[in-house]
Design a protein around this ligand. Sequence first.
Ligand code: NAP
Length: 294
Amino acid sequence: MTDSVETARTAETGEAAETDRTGSAPAAHRPLAGQKALVTGGSSGIGQAVAIGLAAAGAAVAVNYHGDEDDAAGAVVETIRRDGGEAIAVQADVSDEAAVVAMFAETTSAFGRLDILVANAGIQRDAAIANMTLEEWQAVIGTNLTGQFLCVREAIRCYLAQGVAPLSRARGKIICMSSVHELIPWAGHVNYAASKGGIAQLVKTAAQEVAAQQIRVNGIAPGAIKTGINEQAWSSPEALDKLLKLIPYGRIGEPGDIARTAVWLASDDADYVTGTTIFVDGGMSLYPAFRDNG
Ligand code: NAP
């Protein structure tokens, strides 16, 4: 039994918190101790925060990156290691079936198993529907929806093959990064909204299908989170002012808001949660235009 398994069991039994042998946080604050995670699109924005958050909660993390240049993923790995965690960088284009299979093989070969997938990688290629090219449509569907399907499928295969470990009540956990646009139509972004609408059913259907195997599948639907994907929406005071009119809670989201939700969903505190999507959006999906009587 590894140190981290002992740590996890201490956390589960509720005995007095101990400092684990990595020398960092008390066991009670490391609900994912000993578990192994893969985060796609982990080199920037939300994925970066999720990777660091999972590691701080005790998981070893494979940080997926896309481009040829692995500097950004390498920096995330360094941050995690500097804080006493375990991480590797794994390259893959999530829309490429062979690359996804190879990424899971590389991750399980390095870590021995997988307990948590966060399928986060996503892109936007915006255009009015009348002007949208097939290439723009397929690029977004390929990365956001087909990419999540390929990763979800590979994670399920992996969980079924490896069996249950005494680290978590579930055999495996899957978290799909959706968007408020799985619900809110978004003119000028039909490819993106369609991809996120597809993720809503991917989550529910996969969860229904594998619940009996103790695999939990959930989604997170972020609202406006301050990252590179939407920089034009918050980088000038005028843009930010316009954006805040859509957010009842009165602030733009931070990647950490999503990371904390992912840690909770991956933990045993969420053991009875499957097939649902949590909106982390400061109320953006609450039809804010109706605040003043419509
Ligand atoms: P981001 O900073 O642009 O991050 C997107 C990540 O996806 C990057 O690391 C990118 O890597 C990676 N990626 C893109 N194409 C890929 C591919 N084919 N294979 C593997 N990785 C790929 O944006 P973000 O805001 O963090 O977005 C993360 C997720 O949150 C997306 O699914 C997005 O739709 C969702 N989301 C974001 C917001 C928001 O307000 N920020 C709101 C709702 C939902 P490279 O840089 O190497 O391409």
